[in-house]
Design a protein around this ligand. Structure first.
Ligand code: SF4
Ligand code: SF4
Length: 74
């Protein structure tokens, strides 16, 4: 399980390009927004289906790990 510090580092690496948001099936249906979580905002992370697409497109950091951590699934 990653530490809070490790999660914080993953978040800081995000430069808000929005790629994860574009591919997120949950966001497309009005659910959670992985970029919002990465930049320190809020959304209902329980709506994340854990498909992993956000991290497949991210070349800077690992939003999928952060989403799972926020859900308490790590
Ligand atoms: S987590 Fe990655 S893909 Fe998503 S906005 Fe940040 S840098 Fe871009
Ligand atoms: S893992 Fe969650 S946040 Fe990432 S793309 Fe899938 S539904 Fe969206």
């Amino acid at each position: 399980m990653p530490t809070e510090r490790e999660i914080s580092i993953l978040r800081r690496k995000c430069f808000a390009c929005g790629k994860c948001r574009v591919v997120c099936p949950s966001f497309a249906e009005g659910g959670c927004d992985p970029m919002e979580i990465m930049v320190g905002g809020e959304c209902d992370v329980s709506l994340c289906t854990e498909c992993g697409k956000c991290s497949e497109v991210c070349r800077r950091t690992d939003p999928f790990t952060v989403m799972k951590y926020m859900k308490g699934n790590l």
